[in-house]
Design a protein around this ligand. Structure first.
Ligand code: GN1
Ligand code: MG
Length: 362
């Protein structure tokens, strides 16, 4: 591994290299320095199956991190190297290195003395809202056409429905016989769920640069438990703000687990919902347009719906896109996400009211 790190323009001599067992897309390693006071590095083998266009991917990340650095510098922060990821170019100036086996690698400066959380609390949800809201607000004036869609149609509901209908038609794994009811449930909501695509075509819903993986664990916190840096920038690309807001709620404001087998555990966690919305609105109200504000609560339902469709499609295709623990795992996930959707549908008015109350607070 050491010979890989040395292909990059590093300043300190690499010491121990330790694998980090987090995230399922890329393989990550922490590269310590021989001299204890020098820079450490974060080495990643990029998942070439997920990310086909590595030049485009790295270019996106450079545009985003440069823009964030400029914004943070304007605020006068002295510790910029802790607040935004810094890519290190390879010795030939490229933003990645391709090894002899065809693997793609990149190196960031490692941000030391930080922590991340896997378990949500209202206090953390509030801080996460501030962090992702601030992230979006800093990127709001980065023209979205400067970046490429690294996973085309990632959250395009019309496209996800096409994939789903194709899977239903083909029934490749012979699984349709017991799950017709789910197709009916999903189809009955399909038209509504494509509203954002239609609003976008009508020029009413903008695409901005968003994160697309707004999990609590993608925020680094400092020693005082304050959010300091957003990580996992692979999917940062143009999209609707509804995706980021909705996906945080889908993953964090659920009283159950994403694949909970006990559907009674599943419901909307309102204290998390409210705390995140409050933090998010403090940072985002200034740049969101009325169509975005008015559709945030809808975006929460949309993300649960979309994830149901994606898991269900993967189940019908017997796809290996999501790692599974059993052949039925994607079906269980689809059931659990569909249950969450139903709970969010019941709670829609209450969610909408929370959003509007938080807008008023600002
Ligand atoms: C994948 O890799 P991970 O767990 O952060 C997926 C998300 C899904 C999520 C569901 C690039 O995210 O879109 O919401 O699984 N990421 C990609 O658990 O497809
Ligand atoms: Mg991720």
């Amino acid at each position: 591994m050491r010979h890989i790190v040395e292909k990059f323009q590093i300043k300190s001599e690499p010491g121990a290299i330790k694998p980090l067992k987090k995230g399922f897309a890329n393989e990550s390693f922490i590269v310590e320095s021989k001299d204890p006071g020098s820079e450490w590095y974060f080495l990643q083998k990029i998942n070439h199956k997920f990310f086909k266009n590595i030049t485009g991917l790295q270019n996106n990340i450079r545009l985003v991190t440069d823009h964030l650095r400029k914004k943070l510098a304007e605020r006068g922060y002295a510790d910029l190297e802790r607040r935004v990821l810094q890519l290190i170019p390879a010795k030939d100036g490229s933003l990645f290195y391709k090894d002899d086996e065809g693997n793609f690698w990149r190196v960031y400066v490692f941000i030391r003395n930080t922590k991340s959380f896997d378990t949500i609390t209202p206090e953390l949800a509030y801080k996460a809202g501030l962090a992702f809201g601030d992230f979006q607000s800093m990127l709001a004036d980065l023209p979205s056409d400067m970046m490429i869609e690294i996973i085309p149609n990632f959250h395009n509901m019309e496209f996800r429905l096409e994939e789903f209908r194709e899977a239903v038609k083909n029934d490749a794994a012979d699984r349709m016989k017991n799950v017709h009811w789910m197709v009916k449930e999903l189809e009955s909501r399909a038209d509504d769920m494509c509203i954002p695509e239609r609003l976008h075509r009508e020029g009413k819903l903008p695409k901005r640069i968003i994160h697309y993986d707004t999990k609590l664990s993608n925020i680094l916190f400092d020693e005082n438990d304050e959010p300091i840096c957003i990580v996992d920038l692979d999917t940062v690309m143009p999209g609707y703000v509804l995706s980021d807001y909705g996906d945080f709620m889908r993953s964090a404001a659920n009283t159950g687990a994403e694949d909970d087998e006990n559907l009674e555990n599943i419901g909307v966690n309102f204290s998390i919902f409210e705390a995140y919305t409050k933090g998010y609105m403090e940072k985002a109200k200034g740049f969101l347009v009325p169509t975005e504000l008015g559709n945030l609560a809808f975006g929460v339902k949309l993300q649960s719906y979309m994830q149901t469709v994606r898991f269900f499609t993967a189940y019908l295709n017997d796809s290996t896109y999501y790692k599974t623990k059993s052949p039925e795992h994607n079906w269980k996930r689809a059931l659990a996400q569909f249950e969450l959707l139903k709970k969010q549908e019941e709670a829609y008015e209450r969610m909408q009211n929370i959003v509007f109350e938080c807008v008023e607070l600002q």
